[in-house]
Ligand binder design. Sequence first.
Ligand code: ADP
Length: 636
Amino acid sequence: MTAEKMEFKTEIKQVLDLVVHSLYSHKEIFLRELISNASDAIDKAHYESLTNKEILEGEKDWKIKITADKDAGVLTISDNGIGLTKDEAIKELGTIAHSGTKEFITALQSKEVKDNPELIGQFGVGFYATFMVADKVTVVSRKSGVGDKKGVKWESAADGSFTVEDVEKEKKGTDIILHLKEEEKKYLDEWEIKSTVKKYSDFIEHPVVMDIEREQESKLDKTQKVKVKEEETLNSRKAIWLKNKSDITDTEYNEFYKHISHDFTEPAKVVHYKAEGASEFTSLLYIPSMRPADIYYKEYKIGPTLYVKRVKIIDHCEELIPPYLRFVKGVVDSSDLPLNVSREILQNNRQIEVIKNSITKKVLGTLSDMKEKEFDKYISFYNEFGRVLKEGVHMDFSRRETIGELLLFPSTKTEKDKYRTIPEYVDNMKEGQEDIYYITGTSLDEALKSPYLEAFKEKDYEVLIMLEDIDDVIMSSFEYKGKKFKSAIKGDVTLDKSEKDEKEKAGKKYKKLLDLINDRLDEVKEVRLSGRLKDSVCCLVGDEGEMDPQMEKLLKSMGQDVPERKRILEINPSHPIFEAMNRIFEEDRKSKVLEDYTDLLYDQALLLEGSKPKDSAAFAKAISKLMVENVQHVKA
Ligand code: ADP
């Protein structure tokens, strides 16, 4: 049978081109990627063999073997794992783009990534790292447990295409054969291989072995030395999470993190503990220091890897962690779950619930500790993951206050780049202040200048500033220690109880004028006196419970249909303009000036909230007219 030639998918061609032409440092990571793939293939076979013994083909020991052939310049990494069928080889290695391909291509164009090719695994394109060191790669593979010896040979020189053909393969599993570039032959050296395996793959559970040549006394003639080859295991294989904390160095913790997360930065925190009692399990969890590019995407894989008695069961077990802690990476090894546990069982499993609760508590506790003791570090964490964590206030009712205490906000009273926590805010509330106030906005400066804050400033009330799109949705339904969160730009604001009666009285007094203004303005549903304005004459507000104007703008900018809804025009009763309008109203209710002023008031309110006047030309004309009238007394 001759080989069939096929084209790589365009995106993979781009990846290969970048790998071959722009990555020059840390080339040794290709070995880490291949060992990691081999280990995954063995995990899959192991897992399947629990219910189907055929998979084993009579072989009990799992193994990853490295063979260096110096004469041929060929390095081979073999495993006895699950293997690939011909179709899978075509798809997995050439024609489907892996989830991170696009991001990888963009990232690779940046300098940071070029200097850190360790990143390559993060994007699920680890296999292609082989082309940093090899000018040709051959993959010979056979699926395990199929009953015949029909395998596949895949080959490529990274030149845009690959070939596949049917071959016989005696043993199940996969051989990755690298025809090393002339200048990369050092990867055939025993020392180079040993140290690379130690550095990156020491904790891989399956043995990574190599035939090592040694000199030995000859059995026939003890004065003579002979050379013998013996298989040696290069990795210590100890599941790091089962070791004692005191026996694990920071480097070991960090390397393991990089292995499971494919992140190249050091984690911000390690959470390693063993639980005994209601449920027996060990967790080794990490809080990363950098937000993965896809954390807000549906495709983002949530949850630590689940092991049962050291057997890897599920790569990302989302049942183990609430979505608002989805940045946490790690491993959970349970002693109680059955080995053949399936996704369905996981969904309503009491043990899993116990573990999830314990992890959630532990992670929130760790964050709280970090906030107390390492505030600067906590700020860095918060800048990366605060938005994700905040979802918890909305989603986890029983822990909403605990999560609320972890949030940070700028406020009208904090200095630049400083933050306020909710407990601090509550401690600093003014006498008579009942609610926690916040204002949403798109930038700190804009929010600080907002006319909606005038009364708060006068009363010296602090207002939290919320700049994230989800803030209003989350905070408007939150209550902390019995205190409600109220938006400064929504609902009726009365900061002082004594002012309340006065406002009601004034409301009655001016009712007819307010009604007249309301009748003229179709665009508003109500006109009322304001408790939030001091210098400005008017502003537009929504009802409490209505969508936040920031959220509305965001949704519109994303092309979503947002139903038009009428707003409330609030007027400052002590502003001279309003007083003047009232005088005119009392003289002549049908006055043209009153009509013009009403239109101008509404346009001003639109401008103050960052919108455009209804009719810009008419607005400009009206202003010009007023300006002219104002200077008519000045003689030419
Ligand atoms: P990732 O491992 O992140 O999915 P890779 O580019 O490293 O991305 O590998 C692509 C795919 O090729 C893997 O998902 C797997 O299906 C397959 N593969 C790679 N190496 C092996 C192997 N040794 N045995 C079986 N399948 C493998």
